[in-house]
Write a protein that binds this ligand. Structure first.
Ligand code: OOG
Ligand code: MG
Length: 267
């Protein structure tokens, strides 16, 4: 994924950003954009995502973090793709622990258990590795992400999902935090429960061998656009489990060994 050129024009990029953002805001699904633009490049896909982000900022939203996606084999296999990708988190995506996901605002939401990092110094690619990330980590915390692809039947290819802000929709963070030295991030395990029944489980090692690898990859991908991960950034590493469809009335809990649990209700 090293294309650095555009196939699309600036006005096509802006139109596609508007198209995908209105699908999100109106809860209407659309067909994947590569059907119409099969020659679009990686640069086009990320440019569309960055244009959506700019629209949110222009509309008065704050950016509250970043996410990596498709960083575990469970997710890559589930979605039939093999390359991790990143997206942004806007303020209104955040749901408090124990809070509510309003299903009417979403199209076909799925939930997944994640681990998140908060940095305390800048991460500047292209040569960031796990040790650099660990040295720049303030603390880690448990999180769940609600993904809601804007594409019909949740079917997409990688360029389409990158343009669609990697299906980002809502996220919930737990109230327990931990310092890196107090945890083994590779063996850290999670169980995802729906209405008290365990439906998925995973460990930190499921994320590219080590969750910090996802943060390193993010810093290195951002460097391709001359961007950094600033100090104090909240970053989700990508799901440790496959994503699970949720329905109105579901109570979802992700239970982490040594990090408590995160809860959300689908209403
Ligand atoms: C893309 C987003 C993947 C993750 O944690 O792997 C993602 C998708 O599966 O719709 O957020
Ligand atoms: Mg995710």
């Amino acid at each position: 994924m090293s294309e650095t050129d555009n196939h699309l024009t600036t006005s096509q990029i802006n139109d596609l950003a508007q198209h995908l953002e209105s699908a999100e805001l109106n809860g209407v699904d659309v067909h994947k954009i590569t059907d119409d633009y099969p020659d679009m490049t990686w640069k086009d896909a990320y440019d569309i995502q960055w244009a959506i982000r700019a629209r949110k900022v222009a509309a008065g939203h704050q950016m509250v973090g970043l996410k990596m996606g498709l960083t575990s084999w469970a997710k890559m296999k589930q979605m039939g793709v093999d390359t991790p990708c990143y997206g942004f988190l806007a303020d209104y995506f955040a749901v408090p622990d124990g809070g509510e996901i309003h299903m009417d605002e979403l199209t076909h939401p799925k939930i997944e258990a994640e681990i998140a990092f908060v940095t305390n110094s800048i991460l500047r690619g292209p040569d960031v590795d796990i040790d650099v990330v660990l040295g720049a980590t303030d603390y880690v915390l448990p999180a769940m992400e609600v993904i809601d692809s804007r594409y019909r039947d949740f079917k997409f290819d990688l360029k389409s999902v990158v343009a669609d802000n990697t299906s980002a929709a809502r996220f919930v963070t737990g109230q327990n935090t931990a310092k890196i030295r107090d945890l083994d991030l590779e063996t850290l395990s999670v169980e995802l429960e729906i209405n008290g029944e365990v439906v998925e489980s995973g460990t930190g090692a499921a994320i590219l061998g080590h969750p910090a690898k996802a943060i390193a990859m993010l810093a290195n991908m951002l460097a391709e656009r001359g961007k950094v991960i600033p100090a104090g950034t909240f970053v989700m590493c990508g799901a440790m489990t496959a994503a699970v469809t949720v329905n109105k009335g579901d109570h979802v809990r992700a239970r982490y060994e040594g990090l408590g649990h995160v809860d959300v209700h689908c209403v």
